[in-house]
Design a protein around this ligand. Structure first.
Ligand code: ATP
Ligand code: MG
Length: 285
């Protein structure tokens, strides 16, 4: 989550999720943003079945009914623009903050990782994500004002932690679109690290938060892949962006998830094969 727009939340959810799925972990991605960018990024036609809007607003809709198998080991609960109405429709319900958690409960053991792509706001949809999550990752760009708004973000996490989800922790900052060669980026990263160093090991939900390695470099292939409805591993599996998300997944799993990176030139057939093999199917549930 990050209420700041355009920092790399969706790109990270899709491609980190895809990297974990390539490592044969069972992954579920939940698109909780009315912009439905995650759904579009994966080339999914959400109109064909129930979406996260139905899950949140229709008492009879189950999470299993919403699941789409998008890639091997990678399932998705998609969104459409109608999700924007959910915040208003749910406003009067006393359990409004915990609907997603309750609805997803039967599927908890089906997956090794569940990644929720939050909208750029701290509203009811984000609160539903925080209520069901164990960990919060904050994608960020090392720009001037990168930490602006982070106080409100952390305060929101603390409120959820103090009420419905006491075990919630802010675990990692993920630097996105990173340009590590610039002085500005280096200074901002030092600021971010110092900010979290000051509270290291304090009894706060973000007391153990670290800037995760590696930073995700700015790489145009990551920006191109969504327009083809492809993950970075479908589109250019050995480009810098794919390598960064693969290494980030490895660091979370603490094991290598794929053979060492090879150049795009050395692997042209693999790319074609993967693209051809991709088929978006409804889950048999
Ligand atoms: N490492 C990267 N290199 C180049 N472009 C990137 C990178 N990461 C993300 N982008 C591009 O930057 C734009 C914003 O990224 P993204 O949509 O992931 O951000 P977001 O935080 O989800 O945005 P929003 O707040 O609108 O949901 C997109 O066009 C995306 O393709
Ligand atoms: Mg997004």
């Amino acid at each position: 989550m990050n209420q700041k727009g355009g920092v790399g939340k969706t790109t990270t959810t899709v491609n980190l999720g895809a990297a974990l799925a390539e490592a044969e972990r069972r992954v579920c991605l939940i698109d909780l943003d009315p912009q439905a960018h995650l759904t579009l990024h994966l080339g999914i036609d959400a109109a064909a079945g129930p979406t996260v809007y139905d899950l949140l607003t229709d008492p009879d809709c189950t999470a299993a009914e919403c699941l789409i198998t998008a890639r091997p080991h990678l399932s998705v609960i998609p969104a459409e623009v109608d999700l924007a109405a959910a915040e208003i429709e749910l406003a009067g319900r006393p359990d409004r903050q915990e609907i997603l958690k309750r609805k997803f409960e039967p599927l908890r053991d089906v997956f090794d990782f569940v990644l929720v792509d939050c909208p750029p706001s701290l509203g009811l949809l984000t609160l539903n994500a925080l209520s069901m999550a164990g960990e919060v990752f904050v994608p960020m760009q090392a720009h001037f004002l990168a930490l602006q708004g982070v106080g409100r973000l952390l305060e929101t996490v603390r409120l959820v932690c103090d009420s419905v989800n006491p075990s919630l922790r802010v675990t990692g900052i993920i630097l996105c679109m990173h340009e590590g060669q610039t002085t500005l980026a280096r200074e901002v990263v030092a600021d971010i690290e110092e900010f979290f160093e000051q509270v290291r090991d304090q009894d706060l939900p973000w007391g153990g938060c670290r800037v995760l390695k590696p930073a995700i470099r700015r790489n145009v292939k990551l920006a191109e892949a969504p327009s083809f409805g492809q993950t970075i591993f479908d589109y250019a599996r050995w480009c810098a962006g794919a390598n960064d998300y693969r290494t980030l997944a490895e660091s979370l799993l603490d094991v290598p998830v794929a053979p060492p990176a090879q150049s795009v030139e050395a692997k042209p057939l693999d790319i074609v094969t993967v693209v051809d093999a991709v088929e978006v199917q409804r889950c048999p549930h």
